[in-house]
Design a protein around this ligand. Sequence first.
Ligand SMILES: Cc1cc2nc3c(=O)[nH]c(=O)nc-3n(C[C@H](O)[C@H](O)[C@H](O)COP(=O)(O)O)c2cc1C
Length: 166
Amino acid sequence: MVIVYQSNTGFTQEYAQMLGKAEKMKVYALDQDQPPKGEKVLFLGPLMAGHISGLDEANKRFSLQAVCGVGMSPPGQDVMNRMRRANYLSDLPLFYLQGGWAPKKVGWLKRRMVNMVTRSARKALLAKGMRTPQEQEQLDFLVRGGSYVAYQNLDEVRTWLKNQPR
Ligand SMILES: Cc1cc2nc3c(=O)[nH]c(=O)nc-3n(C[C@H](O)[C@H](O)[C@H](O)COP(=O)(O)O)c2cc1C
């Protein structure tokens, strides 16, 4: 099995490379490389308004074994349910990895789209006179961006990989 990824601001690429190194798997960029024909593929792509970018193309080109969506939201059952529903994945194994938010690396329209979605959360945090360190961190993340990419976040997908024929 090989890893194929799409990444706009680099977080998914970081995860793909980290996972490739940890599991000794080859890593390919969806729009640049052509993995060997017939290879089984684990696909990683960034979430954009609920959709996993690049998934449609990857699904057409490869034999997908599992998919990882990378987004800026904290992980949780809600995120998983929405991701599965919005991406027509039927029963393909699906994982969520928290990536980051890089407002300076996206165009103004995309930045606006994200800022519209996070507006109420930012407003609620700003309205608090006293913010806990976690709340302050959350606010800084939403305003300035940041990364939650971490090696341990790969645990679940690595456990799944260990039980797959390679
Ligand atoms: C237009 C746009 C829409 C996004 N929609 C979502 C979303 O629905 N859910 C989410 O968790 N993150 C969303 N994000 C955040 C990205 O998924 C996040 O920054 C991700 O780590 C980007 O990965 P990349 O650096 O590999 O492109 C969105 C970002 C942009 C620019």
